[in-house]
Design a protein around this ligand. Structure first.
Ligand code: UDP
Length: 416
């Protein structure tokens, strides 16, 4: 199959951990690679966000990334990219002029606009499969007036959902949200995100840790990731007898040296100071992917307590490394982390519950090992990228069959 991926803001080649570079980049890179390995020809279209980027980069014999000139050739926050989606569609349609793909898979709502537009322009209506990664309705519910998404997202995102030929939800919670948006659930397939099982494994070196216990958070440094809740849990853990605990915070728009300029890093530092736990908190900044397994293995527990989470790859990476996860019972985390089997669920935004769950894990090496082993098995058996690619391929086949049927219907009508 010739597959086009569209990922407007999230390039598979970007460094991870910055404000707009996280799970979607990992997802597009790993899924495209797995599909190319299955024998498909994959082209990823992303916005040229740096003047030095070449127009095309070949990653594997059957996988290339095309940088489309759509807006300024520098980083533009994703919530300001809507005006450039026409140009992105132009670039994609131009590239398809000689040979359109069999299918186009768009990632995030704005990529869906560009993919639908490019598909219409070919005249052959290339079937469009859509993965939202995050939904504006959920974001608004949790972020309210802090949500910087453009107003148009309110009506354009559901329109993308209605117009796409098939939607891939990454977790069961997303299906309920899509139904609430008025989207026909018969055209929804579920395929989760996966984890790189060659990189994330329990065996291998673990980074040295300075205290007897280490808990870890990993992710973009944005308020909704709930890192402040984990800082708030530290004094409670201390009261419960766990004083020698380091909280390592990984992520942010650069290395530790530039974190001083990051408003969220400053807010977290300030909070730690106010609570008198600054000695226990380390902000590491952005860490290259290859260093992540050694850091994960150095932790007694990985804590993921976002306000909401469309999927959440970090818990899977922790599980694949055999590390138990304390997870807020929200979004994709309710599918990936099985309460009392691979980790412990806590209610959303509840530092006391986080402290209790972390305390329970720190108190028992046996429990940590038991949950870690089960997590590793779950990650290996269900979340390999090969399996996710096979499930995605099934969704593509369905989209192709359904579009072929839809094209036949008027012809059959005409024959009668
Ligand atoms: N990540 C990384 N370096 C960092 C911070 C994050 O490599 O400094 C990776 C992390 O290991 C994971 C991804 O970025 O693979 C974050 O994905 P997730 O789905 O957890 O969060 P999102 O960013 O999509 O909200």
């Amino acid at each position: 199959m010739r597959i086009s991926m569209v990922s407007e803001h999230a390039s598979p080649l970007a460094a991870l951990g910055g404000v707009d570079a996280g799970g979607q980049n990992v997802h597009v890179a790993a899924l495209s690679t797995a599909l190319a390995r299955l024998g498909h020809h994959v082209t990823v279209y992303t916005r040229k966000d740096d003047a030095g980027l070449p127009p095309r980069v070949r990653i594997l014999p059957r996988l290339e990334v095309v940088h489309v000139a759509a807006g300024p050739a520098r980083h533009v926050p994703k919530d300001e990219l809507l005006p450039y989606m026409d140009r992105l569609a132009d670039g994609i349609a131009d590239d398809w002029a000689t040979t359109p793909p069999d299918i186009v898979h768009a990632h995030f709502w704005m990529s869906g606009l560009a993919a639908l537009d490019a598909s219409r322009r070919t005249g052959t209506n290339v079937p469009v499969v859509q993965t939202f990664h995050a939904l504006g309705t959920v974001k608004r519910r949790h972020q309210g007036t802090e949500d910087t998404s453009p107003q148009q997202r309110r009506w354009l995102e559901p329109a993308v959902g209605r117009s796409a030929d098939r939607i891939i939800a990454t977790c069961s919670d997303e299906v309920f949200e899509l139904r609430a948006m008025g989207i026909d659930t018969t055209k929804i397939s579920i395929a989760p995100c996966g984890v790189d099982l060659d990189l994330f494994r329990p065996s291998g070196a673990a980074e040295h840790r300075p205290r007897s216990h280490r808990i870890l958070t990993v992710g973009r440094l944005v308020p909704r990731k709930g890192v402040d809740l984990v800082i708030r849990a530290l004094p409670l853990l201390r009261e419960a007898g766990f004083a020698d605990v380091e909280l390592l915070i990984v992520g942010g728009g650069g290395g530790a040296a530039v974190l001083g300029a990051d408003p969220e890093a400053r807010r977290l530092h300030e909070l730690a100071r106010e609570l008198g736990v600054q000695e226990q908190v380390t902000l590491r900044g952005q860490v290259p992917r290859e260093d992540m397994p050694g850091i994960l293995r150095s932790a007694d527990a990985v804590v993921c307590t976002p306000w909401y989470e469309p999927f959440g790859i970090v818990p899977l990476e922790a599980m694949a490394c055999g590390v138990p996860v304390v997870a807020a019972a929200v979004g994709g985390l309710t599918d990936t982390v099985v309460d009392r089997a691979t980790g412990l669920h806590v209610p959303s935004r509840d530092p006391a519950a986080i402290a209790r769950a972390v305390g329970e894990l720190l108190a028992s090496r046996e429990l940590r090992q038991e949950l870690g082993r089960a997590g590793q098995q779950r990650a290996r058996s269900r979340y390999s990228w090969d399996r996710v690619a096979a499930e995605t391929e099934k969704a593509y086949q369905l989209a192709l069959a359904e579009t072929a049927d839809a094209r036949l219907e008027p012809m059959e009508g005409a024959a009668l």
